[in-house]
Design a protein around this ligand. Structure first.
Ligand SMILES: *Cc1c(COP(=O)(O)O)cnc(C)c1O
Length: 364
């Protein structure tokens, strides 16, 4: 063992005095509003590293009112799911990618890195304990939210010397209650989400705080989400809400290249790898909104869809850019979007064999 490293082989377990009642109707779960019996917590203290990992009853965390996460937003998070296969196995989808990305986010926000293999092991233990909470109905899953917050109680601006790493679990209903309905998206012309050099590539609360105002204005106009343009020229396409974005233009599938301001989605990466393996022409490149509008005018804009853990694949049926309204796919999901949705969900729920290592079994 290296100096300053702590032993974290033992995860303590504190049993709950009583367990909560499981949800009666899994079709009414919605997203992120109920939580399971247990959570995982470990602490970081300068000089000691990460220590005292414990699985304990879900509940409030002791927090100093001056904790730095509350004042300066030093926090990072992840989002992933556990899926119940038809044969009862509980599966995770590429979880190593989430812990790798968590550390990338940590690095940007000056948060000490976690041991990725240990965090995966701890998550598997937590999910196994909570296996009965993984929903049974089709397309529902157990949403997993790992996060790290700065806990030092001090108002001076600097990186905190103490942290909590916490994982909470929330059973969630099917994302699409009524089939894969295409969504309406509003191209944001004044607000921006992130700029190169900022923290757009990190999964951190501040990026979401920055997005709320635009999201509210889009909702008032009955649009589901906003499509962000780059922060410098307001011209190049970035991403949508909590999704990356793809366009099928002629025979090319295009998604904006990762240049520091876009969140590197695991669904995005998986979609790119799958489409390339199918022999499609896929490009990660700069894509201007006027190029999309021009393709639309020429009848070349065949499909547009978002990708992310929550929705998997979300077809876009309408894009509004200023006065220009682009209707895509005639209210239907396109063939590329549909094939991606079927393949990704097939792998996630253990119906389809995916590339090696994509599906990780937690327990039987
Ligand atoms: C999490 C997230 C995504 C999607 O990432 P996945 O790994 O595919 O779930 C896209 N954009 C933003 C801003 C996100 O926070």
């Amino acid at each position: 063992m290296k100096k300053g490293e702590s032993t974290m082989t033992e995860i303590k377990f504190e049993r709950a005095a009583a367990l909560k009642a499981k949800p009666q109707d899994e079709s009414k779960l919605g997203f992120g509003s109920i939580f399971t019996d247990y959570m995982f917590v470990m602490e970081y203290t300068e000089g000691r590293g990460w220590h005292d990992p414990v699985i304990k009853p879900y509940g409030p965390l002791p927090l100093d009112p001056s904790a730095m996460c509350l004042h300066y937003g030093q926090e990072v998070f992840e989002g992933m799911k556990a899926y119940r296969a038809a044969d009862g196995r509980i599966l995770l989808f590429r979880p190593e990618e989430n812990f790798k990305r968590l550390n990338t986010s940590c690095e940007r926000l000056c948060i000490p890195k976690v041991d990725e293999a240990f965090c995966l092991k701890a998550l598997e233990q937590l999910v196994e304990i909570e296996r009965d909470w993984v929903p049974h109905i089709p397309d529902a899953s157990l949403y997993i939210r790992p996060f790290i917050i700065a806990t030092e109680g001090k108002l001076g601006v600097h990186a905190s010397n103490s942290y909590y790493y916490v994982v909470v679990l929330s059973p969630s209903g099917p994302y699409y209650a009524a089939g894969l309905d295409p969504v309406k998206i509003y191209v944001e012309k004044s607000y921006v989400r992130a700029v190169r050099g900022g923290m757009g590539f990190a999964k951190t609360g501040g990026n979401y705080a920055a997005s709320l105002k635009a999201q509210e204005e889009a909702s008032e106009q009955k649009y589901a989400q906003v499509l962000w343009l780059d922060g410098v020229e307001r011209r190049y396409i970035e991403e949508v809400g909590a999704m990356n974005i793809f366009f099928v233009i002629g025979d090319e599938v295009v998604t904006p290249a990762l240049q520091g301001s876009i969140l590197p989605g695991i669904t995005r990466k998986s979609a790119l790898e799958l489409m390339a393996s199918w022999g499609l022409t896929v490009s990660e490149r700069r894509l201007a909104i006027d190029e999309v509008a021009e393709a639309y005018d020429k009848g070349l804009l065949k499909e547009c869809f978002g990708t992310g853990t929550a929705a998997v694949v979300s077809p876009v049926g309408e894009l509004k850019w200023g006065d220009k309204v682009m209707e895509i796919g005639g209210g239907q999901i396109g063939p590329v979007s549909q094939r991606l949705y079927d393949t990704l969900t097939g792998i996630q729920w253990g119906k389809v064999e995916g590339p090696a290592g994509w599906s990780v079994e937690v327990c039987k």
